[in-house]
Design a protein around this ligand. Structure first.
Ligand SMILES: Nc1ncnc2c1ncn2[C@@H]1O[C@H](COP(=O)(O)OP(=O)(O)OP(=O)(O)O)[C@@H](O)[C@H]1O
Ligand SMILES: [Mg+2]
Length: 235
């Protein structure tokens, strides 16, 4: 128990350090971007290769800025009551990942239930969760793999639940690893950080949503995000 508390405390400190670091990176990063924009203004006078390099640097800087903003957004407490459609966010997530998947010859298919009502959540945070799940599904799949992303309503213990499911027919998860995968820093990959799923869990807790999975080693996995639907809350 003490070990667990110590680890939680370390994670909180690490979270604060990361947020501070990213905050401090933001200003020099905008300076780099401004200077690159300035160089671009005189693109007519520069050789084509230099222009190309400047454009690549700008693209990379824009991507870094988007990552910085999303991490800072994650560290901000959200108090918005804005309603969003899980289908729209799923569409965005799939279109972001589609290219990566295509290169690896993996298909991403969508089966979305458009009759679902909108839910209260921060769209960037839920987008981050879906992107993490699809990334894991891609990393677990081999060439010709198929990933299915579904949304549907279901009744579980008399509660109306909206489920977003990410299914893959990849490597699957061994029984002995099943209770480890949500832990901080647990990874079965050479280059993994092991933070993806624990970040998903903490984001979803904010919206009273649950993350579960079923998996058979050698057959594939299904991850479920379960939101309590608005009409169920009224009952
Ligand atoms: N769809 C999946 N199929 C098989 N194994 C999975 C799947 N999703 C997660 N896992 C297992 O759970 C582990 C933890 O996943 P998590 O997303 O937290 O970290 P990661 O993917 O290893 O690293 P990161 O997401 O930080 O880059 C993975 O390393 C993998 O072993
Ligand atoms: Mg991951």
């Amino acid at each position: 128990m003490f070990e667990e508390e110590l680890q939680n405390n370390k994670m909180q400190i690490l979270g604060k350090l990361a947020a501070t670091l990213v905050h401090e990176i933001r200003n020099p990063l905008s300076a780099i971007k401004l200077n690159l924009d300035f160089i671009k203004l005189s693109s007519g006078e520069l050789p084509a290769e230099v222009n190309q390099s400047v454009n690549s640097c700008l693209e990379a800087a824009n991507r870094m800025q988007a990552l910085v903003e999303s991490l800072l957004g994650f560290s901000r407490k959200s108090n918005s009551n804005e309603k969003n459609s899980i289908n729209d966010i799923t569409d965005i997530a799939v279109s972001i990942m589609q290219n990566n998947a295509k290169i690896l010859k993996i298909k991403i298919e969508k089966q979305l239930d458009y009759s679902l009502d909108d839910l209260v959540f921060d769209k960037n945070k839920i987008l981050q969760v879906i992107l993490n799940l699809i990334t894991n599904a891609i990393e677990a799949s081999s060439s010709n793999g198929i990933i299915k992303v579904k949304t549907y309503g279901e009744t579980i213990s008399k509660e109306c639940i909206y489920t977003l499911e990410v299914e893959d027919n990849g490597i699957g998860i061994k029984d002995e690893d099943k209770n480890k995968i949500f832990g901080d820093f647990y990874t079965g990959k050479k280059n993994g950080t092991g933070l993806g799923l624990s970040v998903c869990k903490s984001i979803l807790e904010e919206y009273n949503a649950k993350l579960d999975f079923e998996s058979d080693y050698g057959t594939g996995s299904r991850f479920f995000i379960r939101f309590v639907a608005p009409n169920a809350e009224k009952e």
